[in-house]
Design a protein around this ligand. Structure first.
Ligand code: NDP
Length: 304
């Protein structure tokens, strides 16, 4: 059993920012992540809206900098999958697939993951033509025909990235309008490689060993259509990763409710980043949550 002041679960930008602030304020800090650290930021090819970072850099570069910054104040990042969280007395006990940890405070920064669209064929072709990450898989489809499903900021920004690689993109939006910001929508409308299909849903993703076509329905005139495609990128929203904390207070979409100090209601347990209920999920707001949670957890330890 390894003991520390503050244990942080999740090494995305929220968890790493919490580690930076908590370790800089003198607390011992361990960050646990089941995969390589970075979270959703790793999917960003061009980070254009992080204040002070200009011109744009890759999300992975920002993550590397924050990791080094947090490490310079003593924070340690460990690759381990958390299996359970328990509170014994005033301390937290966290079991992972490798080791067991005990801490005085816990910051939960597990983020959110891409929702599945629930389309027949989606599961079958996952990894062989169905993808949830343009930066990861887009480069495999140079000069190909691609499909993107979704009408939010993710779908639009990822479509623009894919348009720099592919020869044509069919963008399938189920409503008659986008949910994305106007700036992105304007650029999408002006890109000749992108064909927008409003009021349209994908009924099936078809192929043999890999994706070959999508079968669509126009919701206004009930016309069915088949479109040839080499890959389908799905951006239909996010869902929070909260399965380790079933009993905590959540909003109607399953996001954890905290106060402005990122406290969850259980003494010593804080949440930060996309896993918590909030009006804007961006790297900058995740970093801000992390900073507040890091300081709040340090203050909690000093005062308990
Ligand atoms: P959103 O929830 O904003 O958008 C999801 C989109 O998918 C909507 O158009 C929705 O349609 C559509 N959709 C949902 N389910 C289905 C389905 N089963 N079939 C077809 N379409 C479906 O999610 P995002 O991932 O785009 O964004 C999440 C958060 O992250 C947002 O707050 C966003 O602003 C932020 N973000 C910001 C970025 C930036 O500014 N750089 C980049 C990426 C994300 P409908 O509208 O009909 O519900």
């Amino acid at each position: 059993m390894e003991k520390t002041d503050i244990l942080i679960i999740g090494a995305g930008i929220a968890g790493l920012s919490a580690a930076l602030y908590a370790s800089r304020s003198g607390s011992n800090c361990l960050v646990l992540d089941s995969s390589s650290s970075g979270g959703q930021a790793l999917e960003i090819d061009k980070l254009e809206n992080y204040p002070g970072i200009f011109p744009a850099i890759k999300g992975s570069e920002l993550i590397e900098n924050i990791k080094n910054q947090a490490a310079s104040f003593g924070a340690k990042i460990i690759q381990a999958k958390v299996e359970s969280i328990d509170k014994k007395g005033s301390d937290f006990s966290v079991k992972t697939d490798k080791n067991e940890y005990q801490s005085k405070a816990l910051i939960f920064a597990t983020g959110a993951e891409h929702s599945k669209a629930g389309i027949p064929g989606e599961e079958k072709f996952a990894g062989s033509g169905v993808s949830y990450c343009a930066v990861c898989d887009g480069p495999f489809f140079k000069n190909k025909n691609l499909t993107v499903i979704g009408g939010g900021d993710s779908a639009c920004s990822e479509t623009l990235y894919l348009a720099s690689i592919a020869s044509h993109i069919d963008l399938i939006v189920r409503k008659d309008h986008f949910r994305a910001s106007k700036n992105l929508v304007d650029i999408i409308h002006n890109n000749e490689k992108i064909k927008i299909h409003f009021n349209t849903i994908v009924k099936e993703i078809r192929g043999e060993n890999k994706v070959k076509e999508i079968f669509t329905e126009n919701l206004i005139n009930s016309e069915f259509n088949t479109l040839k495609t080499d890959a389908v990128f799905i951006f239909t929203g996010m869902k929070p990763r909260t399965s380790l904390l079933e009993t905590l207070k959540k909003d109607s979409n399953g996001y954890l409710i905290t106060d402005e100090k990122m406290a969850t209601g259980i003494p010593g347990l804080f949440a930060a980043g996309d896993v918590r209920a909030k009006p804007l999920r961006q790297l900058i707001t995740a970093a801000s949550d992390g900073a507040i949670a890091g300081i709040s957890a340090s203050e909690y330890i000093k005062n308990r």
